[in-house]
Design a protein around this ligand. Structure first.
Ligand code: NOJ
Length: 733
């Protein structure tokens, strides 16, 4: 009314009428479409159907597209195939509404970057953003408009295979990475021809699956939900993520895909999210298996009412919503709102104007040399040096005989890791090839598998030992297969599978200096290796350029600077083990039996969160606080000097942790609140400044209000979650 009044007034005065904003224009078009849509066509927009793993579509889906009964596909990819389906939607369906094409592009489309957990080990959000933007460019060129990424689930249990897909255990690191990935995928405007719509998943709590068993129940306090599991989603929403995927798990009694508290109260109400919520694969149908819904109609009603707009694969909305509306159990307004949101992202993606992918562009963009170069750099930045006794690493390039041993030494396929998009094994640089390429023809590089990942014969080990004896250095590449992490890949043991530890022991026993390279998607329990083997590199699943990147680090062309984004336990019995735990009334005390510990295991981890070495050494000093006392709404700065006191240029990740000493709700021993990766030449110094404000110092009080409470705060600035320089300040009323 008011707008109308203003417009007519402007017309009367002769002042030019401002053109409608693009957003208004979109809303107008959506309203016009909605007016024309039948109930079936509306429900069609809320339906996502699956293609095949190889990227093709099912012929029986064509007719559904023609009738306007599908809004989106997953897994269908490749410009030609996407265009075939899209043509039916925009030329043969009644309302000509384009389709969305979604795909799991988690760490690359064709050029595969390190797995997300590895990328998080870089503690380098700019690099992570760049990787996501390259993944987006390749995916969009192949007709994919929507990635089911970033996966931002906090994971405190390494038995859970999906820990590999996220950024580890910490909400701050997880939030920084979530933001970086959303920006990388979507850019400023996801209608651009080199960007895709992102989807933060799995909302929410999925990473807290009991026992680390995938799809299992989660049950947590609202405080834990808000302080640990929600922050990366909030960060993604603040960064403008267009969509959210609702998770499989039961969340404290109300499954996440039917949870009005998380999906509506928090996501839409508190965070003002205006994008689309998509269910995970058949998660709506699974509301029956959860024992929440008695039948399909009830499942559809629960999910749509709670705020799930689009249904992936199961088809309960299209089957039951008409009847539910007729019976007054669901309102047309709720349905229209969901349809409006889906149409809005289609308009924002520019699909109505440019529905097709460009096949020539696809050929030109995939696996570009500069994409491979970026993947190599990202992989090298993701590597974590866990041990380097006697400066065994870096190895000299003048080494004459080297033995490269292990089931993953000459492997291509597994290095892609899980969720490897359209990555191809034949594109991957194996570790053996990377080393051979680095050393050239002058070196003798001997190779034996020694064993398989899960089984082996004593003869194979003997052959590997024979080669190791002839070499100046033995590199043993051990770990997991790609299938051992990712979805439905929980493990009850975190030991090296099969007889790989036996292989490592046998090689080490030759007396040839031994380096262990770990290829894996989660923390492994490797106490023997950590104690006996002089050098260990955590290389994760490093992607297409793995071999080159690992060789860059092994021979010192790159100085490793990654840090663990997750705690490495000594044994599975310690899990859950994460750095930001509460203090307990009886903190562990070795001289008192009646304190919190194990009879048969240490309480400390094998490698702590934030840990990682360099070929250089760094010294942190001159910790300074801008103020000793602040009010709850004020900020202070914390700065330190960091100096490279070693003899090589290298990177250090300076980390800032806080501890709220006493509060009305117990607080963790430490919480990460800032970090910075810095490169310094030998002898070079840098000063790093962090700002600590209310968003870092606050917590949810007994009434679930986010507040900053007066009292003492301790801070720690160091190179991992253990030790560091200490200071304190006070918040006063
Ligand atoms: C199920 C997984 O949980 C989810 O992460 C993925 O995006 C969908 N499948 C689609 O592949």
């Amino acid at each position: 009314m008011w707008m109308f009044g203003l417009m007519s007034a402007l017309l009367l005065t002769g002042i030019p009428v401002p053109p409608a904003s693009p957003a208004d224009e979109i809303e107008r078009k959506i309203a016009a479409l909605l007016r024309q849509m039948t109930l079936e066509e509306k429900l069609g927009q809320l339906q996502m159907l699956d293609g095949d793993v190889d990227g093709s579509y099912r012929p029986d889906h064509l007719d559904l597209v023609r009738r306007g009964l599908v809004g989106a596909f997953l897994n269908v990819r490749g410009a030609r195939r996407v265009n075939e389906l899209q043509r039916i939607a925009v030329e043969e369906s009644r309302l000509k509404i384009p389709l969305l094409f979604g795909f799991d592009v988690l760490h690359g489309y064709r050029t595969i970057f390190p797995v997300p957990l590895a990328e998080a080990s870089s503690w380098d959000p700019e690099a992570v953003q760049r990787a996501a933007s390259i993944a987006a460019a390749e995916a969009r060129a192949a007709g994919v408009t929507w990635t089911f990424a970033p996966m931002v689930d906090i994971a405190r249990d390494p038995r859970w295979g999906r820990i590999v897909e996220g950024s580890g255990e910490d909400p701050h690191l997880g939030s920084v990475m979530a933001r970086a990935r959303v920006r990388g995928f979507q850019g400023h405007d996801y209608s651009a021809s080199d960007r895709v719509l992102a989807c933060a998943k799995h909302f929410v709590g999925y990473g807290a699956a009991e026992g680390g068993r995938d799809y299992n129940t989660t049950d947590m306090s609202e405080r834990t939900l808000r302080e640990i599991y929600l922050p990366p989603f909030k960060a993604a929403v603040e960064a403008g993520v267009g969509t959210i995927m609702s998770a499989f798990n039961d969340l404290s009694g109300i499954p996440a895909s039917a949870n009005p508290f998380t999906l509506t109260t928090i996501l839409r109400g508190e965070w003002k999210f205006d994008g689309v919520v998509l269910s995970d694969y058949t998660a709506i149908e699974e509301l029956m298996a959860h024992g929440l819904a008695a039948d399909g109609a009830e499942a559809a009603r629960y999910a749509l009412d709670a705020g799930v707009d689009m249904e992936m694969v199961s088809r309960l909305y299209s089957r039951h919503v008409p009847q539910l509306i007729k019976e007054g159990k669901l309102s047309m307004a709720t349905l229209d709102e969901a349809v409006r949101r889906v149409l809005r992202i289609k308009f924002r993606l520019g699909l109505f104007e440019r529905p097709y992918a460009d096949e020539a562009r696809e050929r030109a963009v995939l696996l570009r040399p500069e994409h491979r170069a970026a993947a190599r750099e990202m992989a090298a930045r993701s590597i974590v040096l866990l041990k380097n006794e006697g400066h065994l690493l870096p190895l000299s390039k003048t080494v004459r005989t080297l033995a490269v041993i292990g089931p993953l030494a000459d492997d291509q396929r597994n290095l892609l890791g899980p969720w490897s998009g359209d990555g191809r094994a034949e594109d991957v640089v194996a570790i053996l090839s990377g080393i051979t390429a680095k050393l050239g023809p002058t070196a003798r590089v001997l190779h034996a598998r020694g064993c398989e990942i899960t089984d082996c014969s004593s003869r194979e080990i003997a052959e590997a030992v024979r080669l190791a004896r002839q070499a100046e250095v033995a590199i043993v590449v051990v770990g997991e297969s790609a299938e051992m992490s990712g979805e439905a890949a929980s493990r009850a043991s975190l030991d090296l599978p099969g007889r790989q530890l036996e292989l490592v022991k046998a090689i080490h026993a030759t007396g040839t200096p031994t380096v262990v390279l770990l290829v894996n998607g989660r923390p492994l329990t490797i106490p023997w290796i950590a104690e006996h083997v002089p050098a260990i590199l955590e290389t994760w699943f490093a992607g297409t350029e793995a071999g080159h990147a690992i060789a860059d680090v092994l021979f010192g062309d790159v100085n490793p600077g990654g840090k663990l984004p997750v705690t490495f336990p000594r044994s599975v019995g310690q899990i859950p083990i994460y750095y930001n735990h509460k203090r307990t009334g009886r903190p562990p005390n070795p001289t008192n039996k009646y304190t919190s510990k194990y009879l048969d295991e240490e309480v400390t981890p094998l490698f702590p969160f934030g840990y990682g070495l360099s070929y250089s050494q760094f010294q942190i000093s001159h910790l300074q606080l801008s103020r000793q006392r602040i009010r709850p709404d004020e900020s202070l700065t914390v700065s330190v000097e960091v100096e490279n006191i070693g003899s090589r240029t290298g990177d250090e990740v300076v980390q800032l942790y806080i501890c709220d000493v006493a509060a009305s709700v117990t607080r963790p021993v430490r919480e990460l609140k800032g970090f910075r990766r810095i490169t310094l030449r030998p002898g070079e110094k840098g000063r790093i400044t962090f700002t600590l404000g209310p968003e870092h110092l606050g917590f949810y009080d007994r009434q679930m209000q986010f507040i900053v409470e007066p009292g003492e705060f301790r801070i720690f600035v160091g190179t991992s979650s253990v030790g560091g320089l200490e200071a304190s300040f006070e918040v006063v009323q």
